[in-house]
Write a protein that binds this ligand. Structure first.
Ligand code: ZN
Ligand code: ZN
Length: 376
């Protein structure tokens, strides 16, 4: 028998300290939204203070601009973070970041913090950056790409984006397994929401997805976490960043345990302003897990932001083109997902997975109030 070397044991211990994160979560399930409201007043988003920056312009100092710079840095809009903290000065680098952001989000490219730009900035969004390693995968990058063509081809060029290096699950992969962090102790209803989200991608590609009980051996590992959870991408409480996922073949899929996740029922009818539709976020993050980056196409599920109380679960043509570019088409796919999944951005009741009474009136809100995690 080969005896492990000391350095091999150290590496093994290091890996185990990350892979065996034992999370215990106290989950509270609310059968309907009215029972939820008395204890929880509507909450502001994590970035609401940015609204006060309307009208700021280059060359002056404003309280809070340093926080906005941190926001842009987090999502890739500053190529280099400063050696110390960001200042409150509206400098050239900030103006440049704002212009790139405005291009990516189809806004007027003014370099000014106007209302439309700030309204977009404060929306809840995915924690994955829009610009990775300096590569702008959204509009701003596409426009550079097409600059050498005499005729703009914005209407014909594909908008979907991949991660730098185009990572994907290996050629020949037919099935990916997924598992839930055992510490979250999720109900079958909650797991069913993820199954529905996976099914939307399986419908248009030849990939299939299967739940497995073995969390540490699964290709895709799904867990709810609160605040700093050890991967350098801390969550920020209600709204702000909602979730993040890693590119292939990493497989980590993390959701912010402190959101008010709507598991079933019509999220658009929720009286709770911070309610977030779980399936909408799951469909988006699975796109990342399979290799898609953020798209500037607003109808695409891979667009980076989603408002609270909004449902957006049906793959747009842009999403379908992106995923089929990576994995090919499902032979049974007829070119449209609309008939099998009619609830894109709906206010028509959505889908009720646990139907108790009317899908108009029944919500299941999932909140995680207590989170402990220990490294073994
Ligand atoms: Zn994303
Ligand atoms: Zn994470």
């Amino acid at each position: 028998m080969i005896k492990p070397q000391p350095h091999q044991l150290i590496i093994l211990a290091f890996l185990l300290s990350f892979s065996h994160t034992n999370v215990v979560v106290s989950a509270r399930l609310f059968p309907n939204v009215s029972s939820f409201l008395p204890a929880h007043a509507p909450l502001g988003g994590a970035w609401d203070a940015f609204r006060n920056l309307t009208g700021c312009h280059r060359g002056e100092n404003y309280d809070g601009l340093a926080n906005l710079k941190s926001y842009f840095e987090r999502f890739g809009y500053f190529p280099h973070a400063p050696p110390s903290n960001f200042s409150d000065e509206f400098d050239d680098a900030l103006e440049s970041a704002i212009k790139t952001y405005q291009k990516n989000f189809n806004l007027n490219v003014t370099g000014v913090l106007d209302d439309a730009t700030l309204q977009q900035i404060v929306l809840p969004r995915c924690g994955v950056a829009d610009i990775i390693n300096g590569t702008t995968t959204m509009n701003a990058g596409k426009q550079n790409e097409t600059a050498s063509f005499s005729k703009p081809r914005f209407h014909t060029v594909a908008h979907f984006a991949l991660f730098p290096g185009n990572p994907r699950w290996p050629e020949g992969t037919e099935e990916l397994t997924y598992a839930f962090n055992p510490g979250n102790d999720l109900s079958n209803t909650v797991k069913g929401v993820f199954a529905s989200a996976f099914a939307r991608w399986a419908e248009v590609t030849s990939l299939t997805f299967r739940e497995t009980a073995s969390y540490f051996n699964a290709d895709i590992r799904i867990g709810f976490f609160s605040g700093d959870h050890g991967d350098g991408e801390p969550f920020d409480g209600s709204l702000g960043t909602l979730a993040h996922a890693f590119s292939p073949t990493n497989g980590r899929f993390h959701l912010d345990a402190d959101e008010d996740w709507v598991v079933s029922g019509d999220v658009t009818q929720s009286a709770l302003s911070s309610a977030v539709d779980l399936e909408s976020v799951a469909v988006h993050e699975i796109g990342h897990l399979l290799g898609l980056g953020h798209s500037s196409v607003e109808e695409a599920v891979m667009f980076p932001t989603i408002s609270s109380r909004r449902k957006k679960v049906v793959l747009a043509q842009d999403d379908i083109e992106g995923i089929q570019f990576l994995y090919g088409s499902n032979p049974n796919f007829n070119g449209s997902t609309v008939t099998s999944a009619p609830e894109r951005d709906t206010s028509d009741g959505g889908r009720c997975l646990t139907c108790v009474g009317s899908s108009w009136s029944v919500f299941t809100l999932l909140t995680f109030s207590t989170l402990y995690f220990t490294l073994l």
